[in-house]
Design a protein around this ligand. Structure first.
Ligand SMILES: Nc1nc2c(c(=O)[nH]1)N[C@H]1C(S)=C(S)[C@@H](COP(=O)(O)O)O[C@H]1N2
Ligand SMILES: [Mo]
Length: 521
Protein backbone atom coordinates (compact mmCIF):
# COMPACT_ATOMS: atom_id res chain seq x y z
CA UNK A 1 0.00 0.00 0.00
CA UNK A 2 2.64 2.41 1.17
CA UNK A 3 4.91 1.30 -1.59
CA UNK A 4 2.36 1.90 -4.34
CA UNK A 5 1.62 5.42 -3.18
CA UNK A 6 5.31 6.19 -2.98
CA UNK A 7 5.77 4.89 -6.52
CA UNK A 8 2.85 6.99 -7.68
CA UNK A 9 4.16 10.18 -6.11
CA UNK A 10 7.61 9.41 -7.53
CA UNK A 11 6.19 8.99 -10.98
CA UNK A 12 4.26 12.25 -10.60
CA UNK A 13 7.45 14.04 -9.65
CA UNK A 14 9.30 12.38 -12.50
CA UNK A 15 6.62 13.28 -14.98
CA UNK A 16 6.59 16.86 -13.77
CA UNK A 17 10.37 16.97 -14.07
CA UNK A 18 10.17 15.65 -17.59
CA UNK A 19 7.27 17.83 -18.74
CA UNK A 20 8.28 20.98 -16.90
CA UNK A 21 10.85 22.17 -19.43
CA UNK A 22 8.39 21.54 -22.28
CA UNK A 23 5.70 23.52 -20.52
CA UNK A 24 8.21 26.32 -20.05
CA UNK A 25 9.19 26.09 -23.70
CA UNK A 26 5.51 26.60 -24.63
CA UNK A 27 5.23 29.64 -22.38
CA UNK A 28 8.53 31.16 -23.54
CA UNK A 29 7.63 30.69 -27.19
CA UNK A 30 4.22 32.34 -26.82
CA UNK A 31 5.53 35.17 -24.64
CA UNK A 32 8.36 35.88 -27.06
CA UNK A 33 6.05 35.86 -30.09
CA UNK A 34 3.51 38.13 -28.40
CA UNK A 35 6.20 40.55 -27.21
CA UNK A 36 7.65 40.93 -30.71
CA UNK A 37 4.14 41.34 -32.12
CA UNK A 38 3.50 44.04 -29.50
CA UNK A 39 6.60 45.89 -30.68
CA UNK A 40 5.51 45.60 -34.31
CA UNK A 41 2.02 46.85 -33.37
CA UNK A 42 3.41 49.87 -31.54
CA UNK A 43 4.98 50.95 -34.85
CA UNK A 44 1.71 50.43 -36.78
CA UNK A 45 -1.57 50.49 -34.82
CA UNK A 46 -1.23 49.86 -31.09
CA UNK A 47 -4.75 48.36 -30.92
CA UNK A 48 -3.66 45.53 -33.21
CA UNK A 49 -1.26 44.15 -30.59
CA UNK A 50 -2.47 40.56 -30.03
CA UNK A 51 -3.19 40.87 -26.31
CA UNK A 52 -5.03 44.18 -26.74
CA UNK A 53 -6.98 42.89 -29.72
CA UNK A 54 -8.17 39.81 -27.83
CA UNK A 55 -8.91 41.97 -24.78
CA UNK A 56 -11.04 44.37 -26.86
CA UNK A 57 -12.93 41.48 -28.40
CA UNK A 58 -13.64 40.18 -24.89
CA UNK A 59 -14.85 43.63 -23.75
CA UNK A 60 -17.26 43.94 -26.67
CA UNK A 61 -18.55 40.41 -26.19
CA UNK A 62 -19.02 40.73 -22.43
CA UNK A 63 -22.70 40.82 -21.48
CA UNK A 64 -23.83 44.04 -19.78
CA UNK A 65 -24.40 42.61 -16.27
CA UNK A 66 -20.88 41.18 -16.20
CA UNK A 67 -19.41 44.44 -17.46
CA UNK A 68 -21.26 46.33 -14.74
CA UNK A 69 -20.00 43.82 -12.21
CA UNK A 70 -16.42 44.19 -13.41
CA UNK A 71 -16.55 47.99 -13.29
CA UNK A 72 -17.99 47.84 -9.78
CA UNK A 73 -15.55 45.17 -8.63
CA UNK A 74 -12.34 46.49 -10.12
CA UNK A 75 -13.18 50.12 -10.88
CA UNK A 76 -10.76 51.75 -13.27
CA UNK A 77 -8.56 48.67 -12.81
CA UNK A 78 -11.09 46.56 -14.69
CA UNK A 79 -8.87 46.78 -17.78
CA UNK A 80 -5.75 45.66 -15.94
CA UNK A 81 -7.71 42.71 -14.58
CA UNK A 82 -9.01 41.94 -18.08
CA UNK A 83 -5.58 42.09 -19.73
CA UNK A 84 -4.23 39.97 -16.85
CA UNK A 85 -6.89 37.32 -17.48
CA UNK A 86 -6.22 37.27 -21.22
CA UNK A 87 -2.50 36.90 -20.51
CA UNK A 88 -3.12 34.15 -17.95
CA UNK A 89 -5.40 32.28 -20.36
CA UNK A 90 -2.79 32.56 -23.11
CA UNK A 91 -0.06 31.28 -20.81
CA UNK A 92 -2.09 28.23 -19.74
CA UNK A 93 -2.80 27.32 -23.35
CA UNK A 94 0.84 27.92 -24.28
CA UNK A 95 1.95 25.69 -21.43
CA UNK A 96 -0.34 22.89 -22.59
CA UNK A 97 0.91 23.34 -26.17
CA UNK A 98 4.48 22.92 -24.92
CA UNK A 99 3.73 19.69 -23.04
CA UNK A 100 1.84 18.24 -26.00
CA UNK A 101 4.68 19.20 -28.34
CA UNK A 102 6.96 16.79 -26.48
CA UNK A 103 5.16 13.76 -27.89
CA UNK A 104 3.17 15.31 -30.72
CA UNK A 105 5.24 18.15 -32.06
CA UNK A 106 2.81 19.06 -34.83
CA UNK A 107 -0.18 19.24 -32.50
CA UNK A 108 1.75 21.48 -30.12
CA UNK A 109 2.81 23.75 -32.97
CA UNK A 110 -0.74 23.82 -34.30
CA UNK A 111 -2.12 24.93 -30.91
CA UNK A 112 0.43 27.72 -30.71
CA UNK A 113 -0.44 28.74 -34.25
CA UNK A 114 -4.17 28.74 -33.49
CA UNK A 115 -3.62 30.77 -30.36
CA UNK A 116 -1.94 33.57 -32.27
CA UNK A 117 -4.21 33.23 -35.30
CA UNK A 118 -7.10 33.94 -32.93
CA UNK A 119 -5.40 37.15 -31.87
CA UNK A 120 -5.01 38.05 -35.55
CA UNK A 121 -8.71 37.50 -36.15
CA UNK A 122 -9.49 39.65 -33.10
CA UNK A 123 -7.34 42.47 -34.50
CA UNK A 124 -9.20 42.33 -37.81
CA UNK A 125 -12.70 42.42 -36.38
CA UNK A 126 -12.47 46.06 -35.35
CA UNK A 127 -14.65 48.21 -37.64
CA UNK A 128 -11.71 50.33 -38.78
CA UNK A 129 -9.25 47.47 -39.18
CA UNK A 130 -6.88 47.60 -42.11
CA UNK A 131 -4.88 44.88 -43.73
CA UNK A 132 -1.85 46.34 -41.93
CA UNK A 133 -3.39 45.25 -38.64
CA UNK A 134 -2.69 41.65 -39.63
CA UNK A 135 1.06 42.21 -39.49
CA UNK A 136 1.48 41.82 -35.70
CA UNK A 137 -0.68 38.69 -35.69
CA UNK A 138 1.16 37.16 -38.64
CA UNK A 139 4.44 37.94 -36.91
CA UNK A 140 3.23 36.13 -33.81
CA UNK A 141 1.73 33.25 -35.79
CA UNK A 142 5.09 32.60 -37.45
CA UNK A 143 7.35 33.29 -34.48
CA UNK A 144 5.31 31.31 -31.93
CA UNK A 145 5.45 27.87 -33.57
CA UNK A 146 8.97 28.46 -34.88
CA UNK A 147 10.30 29.30 -31.44
CA UNK A 148 8.47 26.39 -29.86
CA UNK A 149 9.85 24.02 -32.49
CA UNK A 150 13.37 25.28 -31.83
CA UNK A 151 13.11 24.87 -28.04
CA UNK A 152 11.41 21.46 -28.19
CA UNK A 153 14.10 20.18 -30.54
CA UNK A 154 16.79 21.20 -28.06
CA UNK A 155 14.91 19.50 -25.22
CA UNK A 156 14.24 16.28 -27.12
CA UNK A 157 17.92 16.09 -28.08
CA UNK A 158 18.88 16.34 -24.41
CA UNK A 159 16.62 13.45 -23.35
CA UNK A 160 16.94 11.23 -26.45
CA UNK A 161 19.13 8.06 -26.59
CA UNK A 162 21.81 10.05 -28.39
CA UNK A 163 22.18 12.28 -25.39
CA UNK A 164 22.97 9.33 -23.12
CA UNK A 165 26.00 8.32 -25.15
CA UNK A 166 26.99 11.90 -25.71
CA UNK A 167 30.26 12.88 -24.10
CA UNK A 168 28.55 15.91 -22.64
CA UNK A 169 24.95 14.90 -21.86
CA UNK A 170 24.00 18.29 -20.47
CA UNK A 171 24.99 20.26 -23.53
CA UNK A 172 21.55 20.31 -25.22
CA UNK A 173 19.84 21.15 -21.97
CA UNK A 174 22.33 23.93 -21.51
CA UNK A 175 21.49 25.03 -25.04
CA UNK A 176 17.82 25.13 -24.04
CA UNK A 177 18.59 27.19 -20.96
CA UNK A 178 20.71 29.70 -22.84
CA UNK A 179 18.24 29.82 -25.71
CA UNK A 180 15.24 30.42 -23.49
CA UNK A 181 17.14 32.99 -21.43
CA UNK A 182 17.92 34.88 -24.63
CA UNK A 183 14.27 34.64 -25.70
CA UNK A 184 13.02 35.98 -22.39
CA UNK A 185 15.49 38.84 -22.47
CA UNK A 186 14.69 39.63 -26.11
CA UNK A 187 10.96 39.46 -25.38
CA UNK A 188 11.26 41.79 -22.39
CA UNK A 189 13.30 44.29 -24.40
CA UNK A 190 10.82 44.12 -27.31
CA UNK A 191 7.79 44.61 -25.04
CA UNK A 192 9.53 47.49 -23.25
CA UNK A 193 10.52 49.10 -26.55
CA UNK A 194 6.92 48.72 -27.76
CA UNK A 195 5.61 50.55 -24.68
CA UNK A 196 8.23 53.25 -25.09
CA UNK A 197 7.44 53.83 -28.77
CA UNK A 198 3.75 54.03 -27.88
CA UNK A 199 4.55 56.65 -25.22
CA UNK A 200 6.67 58.73 -27.57
CA UNK A 201 4.03 58.55 -30.28
CA UNK A 202 1.34 59.67 -27.85
CA UNK A 203 3.15 62.81 -26.69
CA UNK A 204 1.19 65.91 -27.69
CA UNK A 205 4.40 67.91 -27.96
CA UNK A 206 4.00 71.31 -29.54
CA UNK A 207 0.29 71.64 -30.20
CA UNK A 208 -1.02 75.00 -29.01
CA UNK A 209 -4.55 75.94 -27.99
CA UNK A 210 -6.32 78.85 -29.68
CA UNK A 211 -7.42 81.70 -27.45
CA UNK A 212 -11.04 81.90 -26.38
CA UNK A 213 -13.26 84.70 -27.66
CA UNK A 214 -15.49 84.21 -24.64
CA UNK A 215 -13.42 83.61 -21.52
CA UNK A 216 -14.63 83.06 -17.99
CA UNK A 217 -13.18 84.61 -14.86
CA UNK A 218 -10.85 82.13 -13.15
CA UNK A 219 -12.72 79.74 -10.88
CA UNK A 220 -12.43 80.76 -7.22
CA UNK A 221 -10.36 78.67 -4.82
CA UNK A 222 -12.35 75.67 -3.66
CA UNK A 223 -13.12 74.37 -0.19
CA UNK A 224 -10.27 71.86 -0.50
CA UNK A 225 -7.90 74.59 0.67
CA UNK A 226 -9.67 74.76 4.03
CA UNK A 227 -11.33 71.36 4.42
CA UNK A 228 -8.94 68.45 4.10
CA UNK A 229 -10.31 65.42 2.29
CA UNK A 230 -12.84 67.28 0.16
CA UNK A 231 -12.62 66.73 -3.61
CA UNK A 232 -10.90 69.64 -5.42
CA UNK A 233 -13.24 72.17 -7.07
CA UNK A 234 -11.49 71.54 -10.39
CA UNK A 235 -10.46 67.97 -11.17
CA UNK A 236 -6.86 67.93 -12.47
CA UNK A 237 -6.63 66.26 -15.90
CA UNK A 238 -4.37 63.53 -14.60
CA UNK A 239 -6.91 62.65 -11.90
CA UNK A 240 -10.01 62.92 -14.06
CA UNK A 241 -11.86 59.58 -14.18
CA UNK A 242 -11.63 57.72 -17.46
CA UNK A 243 -14.30 55.43 -18.86
CA UNK A 244 -14.24 53.98 -22.36
CA UNK A 245 -14.02 50.70 -24.21
CA UNK A 246 -10.42 51.20 -25.39
CA UNK A 247 -7.53 49.11 -24.09
CA UNK A 248 -4.96 51.37 -25.72
CA UNK A 249 -5.71 55.07 -26.00
CA UNK A 250 -6.17 55.84 -29.71
CA UNK A 251 -3.28 57.83 -31.15
CA UNK A 252 -4.98 60.17 -33.57
CA UNK A 253 -2.85 62.23 -35.93
CA UNK A 254 -4.45 65.68 -35.81
CA UNK A 255 -2.99 66.69 -39.16
CA UNK A 256 -5.05 64.09 -41.01
CA UNK A 257 -8.03 64.07 -38.62
CA UNK A 258 -11.35 65.57 -39.78
CA UNK A 259 -14.68 66.29 -38.20
CA UNK A 260 -17.53 65.68 -40.60
CA UNK A 261 -21.27 66.09 -40.37
CA UNK A 262 -23.68 64.21 -42.61
CA UNK A 263 -26.96 62.30 -42.62
CA UNK A 264 -30.25 64.20 -42.46
CA UNK A 265 -28.72 67.63 -43.12
CA UNK A 266 -29.03 70.13 -46.00
CA UNK A 267 -25.34 70.84 -46.23
CA UNK A 268 -22.97 68.06 -45.16
CA UNK A 269 -19.36 69.23 -44.66
CA UNK A 270 -16.14 68.34 -42.96
CA UNK A 271 -13.39 70.40 -41.35
CA UNK A 272 -9.76 69.81 -40.42
CA UNK A 273 -8.20 70.35 -37.01
CA UNK A 274 -6.81 73.69 -38.18
CA UNK A 275 -10.19 74.77 -39.51
CA UNK A 276 -11.80 73.81 -36.23
CA UNK A 277 -9.13 75.78 -34.36
CA UNK A 278 -10.00 78.83 -36.47
CA UNK A 279 -13.57 78.80 -35.17
CA UNK A 280 -14.63 80.96 -32.26
CA UNK A 281 -13.90 79.30 -28.94
CA UNK A 282 -15.57 79.62 -25.58
CA UNK A 283 -14.72 78.43 -22.10
CA UNK A 284 -17.29 76.32 -20.24
CA UNK A 285 -17.29 74.85 -16.75
CA UNK A 286 -19.03 71.47 -16.93
CA UNK A 287 -19.18 68.47 -14.63
CA UNK A 288 -19.09 65.15 -16.45
CA UNK A 289 -20.69 62.06 -14.90
CA UNK A 290 -20.66 58.39 -15.91
CA UNK A 291 -23.84 56.36 -15.85
CA UNK A 292 -21.82 53.59 -14.15
CA UNK A 293 -21.27 55.83 -11.14
CA UNK A 294 -22.72 54.21 -8.03
CA UNK A 295 -24.25 56.37 -5.29
CA UNK A 296 -21.19 57.90 -3.58
CA UNK A 297 -18.94 56.79 -6.47
CA UNK A 298 -15.91 58.42 -8.10
CA UNK A 299 -16.92 58.44 -11.80
CA UNK A 300 -17.56 62.16 -11.86
CA UNK A 301 -15.21 65.04 -12.59
CA UNK A 302 -15.34 68.76 -13.22
CA UNK A 303 -13.27 70.75 -15.68
CA UNK A 304 -13.04 74.01 -17.61
CA UNK A 305 -13.40 73.02 -21.24
CA UNK A 306 -12.36 75.01 -24.29
CA UNK A 307 -14.79 74.35 -27.09
CA UNK A 308 -16.95 75.42 -29.98
CA UNK A 309 -20.72 75.36 -29.47
CA UNK A 310 -21.95 72.21 -31.21
CA UNK A 311 -25.01 74.20 -32.26
CA UNK A 312 -22.85 76.26 -34.61
CA UNK A 313 -21.85 73.12 -36.51
CA UNK A 314 -25.38 71.72 -36.52
CA UNK A 315 -26.84 75.01 -37.78
CA UNK A 316 -24.26 75.35 -40.53
CA UNK A 317 -25.19 71.84 -41.70
CA UNK A 318 -28.92 72.51 -41.41
CA UNK A 319 -30.34 69.56 -39.52
CA UNK A 320 -33.68 68.19 -40.73
CA UNK A 321 -36.50 68.60 -38.19
CA UNK A 322 -37.19 64.88 -38.63
CA UNK A 323 -33.82 63.86 -37.16
CA UNK A 324 -34.28 62.89 -33.51
CA UNK A 325 -30.79 61.50 -32.86
CA UNK A 326 -27.28 62.79 -33.41
CA UNK A 327 -24.97 59.84 -33.91
CA UNK A 328 -21.36 60.61 -33.12
CA UNK A 329 -18.60 58.26 -34.15
CA UNK A 330 -15.04 58.03 -32.93
CA UNK A 331 -12.00 57.30 -35.09
CA UNK A 332 -12.47 53.56 -34.60
CA UNK A 333 -16.15 53.49 -35.48
CA UNK A 334 -17.44 53.39 -31.90
CA UNK A 335 -20.85 55.13 -31.81
CA UNK A 336 -22.76 57.18 -29.27
CA UNK A 337 -26.29 58.46 -29.92
CA UNK A 338 -27.53 61.72 -28.38
CA UNK A 339 -31.14 62.95 -28.36
CA UNK A 340 -31.27 65.82 -30.87
CA UNK A 341 -33.72 67.63 -28.58
CA UNK A 342 -31.00 67.97 -25.92
CA UNK A 343 -28.68 69.57 -28.47
CA UNK A 344 -31.32 72.04 -29.66
CA UNK A 345 -32.77 73.16 -26.32
CA UNK A 346 -30.20 75.87 -25.72
CA UNK A 347 -27.92 74.03 -23.31
CA UNK A 348 -24.19 74.48 -23.73
CA UNK A 349 -23.23 71.40 -25.77
CA UNK A 350 -19.69 71.77 -27.13
CA UNK A 351 -17.00 70.25 -29.30
CA UNK A 352 -14.07 70.51 -26.88
CA UNK A 353 -10.38 70.61 -27.77
CA UNK A 354 -9.03 71.91 -24.46
CA UNK A 355 -9.37 70.78 -20.85
CA UNK A 356 -8.30 72.90 -17.88
CA UNK A 357 -6.04 75.08 -20.00
CA UNK A 358 -4.30 72.14 -21.68
CA UNK A 359 -4.72 70.50 -25.05
CA UNK A 360 -7.35 67.77 -24.57
CA UNK A 361 -5.33 64.77 -23.32
CA UNK A 362 -5.40 61.66 -25.49
CA UNK A 363 -7.13 59.74 -22.67
CA UNK A 364 -9.96 62.26 -22.80
CA UNK A 365 -10.40 62.36 -26.55
CA UNK A 366 -7.70 64.28 -28.43
CA UNK A 367 -8.11 65.90 -30.94
CA UNK A 368 -11.76 66.63 -30.05
CA UNK A 369 -14.68 65.35 -28.02
CA UNK A 370 -18.26 66.23 -27.29
CA UNK A 371 -19.41 67.49 -23.91
CA UNK A 372 -23.13 67.90 -23.30
CA UNK A 373 -24.11 69.26 -19.88
CA UNK A 374 -26.77 67.21 -18.11
CA UNK A 375 -26.42 63.95 -20.03
CA UNK A 376 -24.39 60.96 -18.84
CA UNK A 377 -21.20 60.46 -20.86
CA UNK A 378 -22.39 57.28 -22.60
CA UNK A 379 -25.10 59.19 -24.50
CA UNK A 380 -23.17 62.38 -25.12
CA UNK A 381 -19.45 62.72 -24.46
CA UNK A 382 -17.88 61.04 -27.50
CA UNK A 383 -14.09 61.14 -27.33
CA UNK A 384 -11.85 61.03 -30.43
CA UNK A 385 -14.97 62.12 -32.32
CA UNK A 386 -14.63 62.32 -36.09
CA UNK A 387 -18.12 62.06 -37.52
CA UNK A 388 -21.54 63.44 -36.67
CA UNK A 389 -24.61 62.04 -38.38
CA UNK A 390 -28.11 63.41 -38.04
CA UNK A 391 -30.41 60.39 -37.99
CA UNK A 392 -33.33 58.82 -36.11
CA UNK A 393 -33.55 56.26 -33.34
CA UNK A 394 -35.57 54.11 -35.71
CA UNK A 395 -32.75 54.07 -38.26
CA UNK A 396 -29.59 53.64 -36.23
CA UNK A 397 -28.40 52.33 -32.86
CA UNK A 398 -25.25 52.95 -30.83
CA UNK A 399 -22.76 50.85 -28.83
CA UNK A 400 -24.44 51.13 -25.43
CA UNK A 401 -28.05 51.06 -26.58
CA UNK A 402 -27.21 47.87 -28.49
CA UNK A 403 -26.37 46.59 -25.00
CA UNK A 404 -29.78 47.65 -23.67
CA UNK A 405 -28.72 50.83 -21.87
CA UNK A 406 -31.10 53.79 -22.09
CA UNK A 407 -31.19 56.01 -25.21
CA UNK A 408 -31.87 59.20 -23.27
CA UNK A 409 -30.18 59.50 -19.90
CA UNK A 410 -30.20 62.82 -18.01
CA UNK A 411 -27.75 62.91 -15.10
CA UNK A 412 -29.59 62.39 -11.82
CA UNK A 413 -29.15 64.95 -9.05
CA UNK A 414 -26.74 63.63 -6.41
CA UNK A 415 -24.62 64.53 -3.41
CA UNK A 416 -21.53 62.67 -2.27
CA UNK A 417 -19.67 62.58 1.04
CA UNK A 418 -15.89 62.82 0.55
CA UNK A 419 -14.89 63.27 4.17
CA UNK A 420 -14.90 61.52 6.57
CA UNK A 421 -14.22 58.37 4.57
CA UNK A 422 -16.56 55.42 5.11
CA UNK A 423 -15.65 52.97 7.87
CA UNK A 424 -12.80 55.05 9.24
CA UNK A 425 -11.94 55.96 12.82
CA UNK A 426 -11.98 59.67 13.54
CA UNK A 427 -11.27 61.80 16.61
CA UNK A 428 -14.11 63.26 18.68
CA UNK A 429 -14.78 67.00 18.56
CA UNK A 430 -14.89 69.53 15.73
CA UNK A 431 -15.19 67.72 12.41
CA UNK A 432 -16.16 68.83 8.92
CA UNK A 433 -18.42 66.56 6.94
CA UNK A 434 -17.97 67.55 3.32
CA UNK A 435 -18.19 66.59 -0.32
CA UNK A 436 -19.62 67.57 -3.69
CA UNK A 437 -23.11 67.71 -5.18
CA UNK A 438 -24.30 68.13 -8.74
CA UNK A 439 -27.50 68.89 -10.63
CA UNK A 440 -26.26 69.76 -14.12
CA UNK A 441 -28.50 72.18 -15.96
CA UNK A 442 -30.43 73.10 -12.83
CA UNK A 443 -27.81 73.95 -10.25
CA UNK A 444 -27.63 73.04 -6.57
CA UNK A 445 -29.93 75.02 -4.29
CA UNK A 446 -29.15 73.24 -1.03
CA UNK A 447 -27.32 70.25 0.42
CA UNK A 448 -28.61 68.62 3.59
CA UNK A 449 -26.95 66.23 6.00
CA UNK A 450 -28.58 63.89 8.48
CA UNK A 451 -26.62 62.34 11.34
CA UNK A 452 -27.85 59.06 12.81
CA UNK A 453 -31.21 59.50 11.12
CA UNK A 454 -31.79 62.90 12.74
CA UNK A 455 -33.29 66.00 11.11
CA UNK A 456 -31.86 67.23 7.79
CA UNK A 457 -29.37 70.01 8.52
CA UNK A 458 -28.51 72.55 5.85
CA UNK A 459 -24.83 72.43 4.82
CA UNK A 460 -22.74 75.41 3.75
CA UNK A 461 -21.98 75.59 0.04
CA UNK A 462 -18.62 76.27 -1.58
CA UNK A 463 -18.05 78.70 -4.48
CA UNK A 464 -20.44 78.73 -7.43
CA UNK A 465 -19.13 77.45 -10.78
CA UNK A 466 -22.45 77.75 -12.61
CA UNK A 467 -25.41 75.44 -12.97
CA UNK A 468 -23.57 72.85 -15.08
CA UNK A 469 -20.81 72.57 -12.49
CA UNK A 470 -20.75 70.69 -9.22
CA UNK A 471 -20.85 72.45 -5.86
CA UNK A 472 -18.70 71.64 -2.87
CA UNK A 473 -20.42 71.61 0.52
CA UNK A 474 -19.61 71.04 4.20
CA UNK A 475 -21.24 70.83 7.61
CA UNK A 476 -19.51 71.39 10.92
CA UNK A 477 -20.12 68.56 13.33
CA UNK A 478 -19.17 68.09 16.96
CA UNK A 479 -18.45 64.37 16.78
CA UNK A 480 -19.20 62.36 19.90
CA UNK A 481 -17.73 58.96 20.71
CA UNK A 482 -19.39 55.95 19.16
CA UNK A 483 -20.55 54.76 15.74
CA UNK A 484 -22.36 57.25 13.57
CA UNK A 485 -24.27 57.14 10.34
CA UNK A 486 -23.98 60.16 8.02
CA UNK A 487 -26.35 60.72 5.12
CA UNK A 488 -26.48 63.47 2.49
CA UNK A 489 -28.98 64.66 -0.09
CA UNK A 490 -29.09 67.46 -2.65
CA UNK A 491 -31.93 69.78 -3.61
CA UNK A 492 -31.91 71.48 -7.02
CA UNK A 493 -32.74 75.11 -7.83
CA UNK A 494 -35.97 73.76 -9.33
CA UNK A 495 -36.91 72.43 -5.89
CA UNK A 496 -36.44 68.79 -6.89
CA UNK A 497 -35.04 66.67 -4.07
CA UNK A 498 -32.60 63.80 -4.53
CA UNK A 499 -34.61 60.62 -4.20
CA UNK A 500 -34.00 57.97 -1.56
CA UNK A 501 -35.28 55.30 -3.94
CA UNK A 502 -32.39 53.01 -4.82
CA UNK A 503 -31.54 52.28 -8.43
CA UNK A 504 -28.51 50.52 -9.87
CA UNK A 505 -26.53 52.19 -12.70
CA UNK A 506 -28.17 50.01 -15.38
CA UNK A 507 -29.97 51.16 -17.49
CA UNK A 508 -30.08 54.93 -16.86
CA UNK A 509 -28.05 55.78 -13.76
CA UNK A 510 -27.96 55.03 -10.04
CA UNK A 511 -30.06 56.76 -7.41
CA UNK A 512 -30.47 56.65 -3.65
CA UNK A 513 -28.96 58.40 -0.67
CA UNK A 514 -25.36 57.79 0.33
CA UNK A 515 -24.81 56.68 3.90
CA UNK A 516 -21.39 56.70 5.50
CA UNK A 517 -20.58 54.87 8.72
CA UNK A 518 -17.80 56.28 10.90
CA UNK A 519 -16.39 55.30 14.23
CA UNK A 520 -15.52 58.16 16.59
CA UNK A 521 -12.94 57.00 19.13
N1 LIG B 1 -15.06 57.14 -28.16
C1 LIG B 1 -15.57 56.95 -26.94
N2 LIG B 1 -16.08 57.99 -26.28
C2 LIG B 1 -16.60 57.83 -25.05
C3 LIG B 1 -16.66 56.55 -24.45
C4 LIG B 1 -16.12 55.45 -25.17
O1 LIG B 1 -16.13 54.31 -24.71
N3 LIG B 1 -15.58 55.69 -26.42
N4 LIG B 1 -17.19 56.42 -23.20
C5 LIG B 1 -18.14 57.45 -22.75
C6 LIG B 1 -18.44 57.37 -21.35
S1 LIG B 1 -19.34 56.03 -20.84
C7 LIG B 1 -18.11 58.37 -20.46
S2 LIG B 1 -18.70 58.37 -18.90
C8 LIG B 1 -17.24 59.48 -20.87
C9 LIG B 1 -16.05 59.56 -19.97
O2 LIG B 1 -15.17 60.55 -20.36
P1 LIG B 1 -13.74 60.64 -19.67
O3 LIG B 1 -13.08 59.32 -19.86
O4 LIG B 1 -13.04 61.77 -20.33
O5 LIG B 1 -14.00 60.92 -18.21
O6 LIG B 1 -16.76 59.33 -22.20
C10 LIG B 1 -17.72 58.86 -23.11
N5 LIG B 1 -17.11 58.91 -24.41
MO1 LIG C 1 -20.02 56.43 -18.75
Amino acid sequence: MERTSRTTSWSVVRRARENGPFALAGVFAAAFAVAIAHLVASLLHPQSSPILAVGSAVIDATPTPMKTWAIRQFGTNDKIVLIGSVLAGTLVLALVAGIIARRHLRVGLAITFLLVALAGAAALRRPTAEILDLVPAVTAALLGPLTLWWLVRALLASEGPAAASDAEPGSSRRGFLIGSGALLLGGAVAAGAGQWIYKVRSSLGNIRLPGAAKTLPPLPAGLETTIPGITPFVTPNARFYRVDTKLAVPIVDHSSWRLSIDGMVDNPFSITYDELRDMVFEESDITLTCVSNEVGGRYVGAARWLGVPLRRILDRAGVSPDADQLMSEDVEGFKIGTPMSALMDGRNAIVAIGMNGKVLPREHGFPARLVVPGLYGFVSATKWVTRLTATTYAKDTSYWTDRKWATDAPIKIAARIDTPRPLTNIDPGATAIGGVAWAQGTGIERVEVSIDGGRWQVAELGPDGGNDYWRQWFLRWDATKGNHRLAVRAIGKDGAEQTAVKASPFPDGSSGIQQVLVNVT
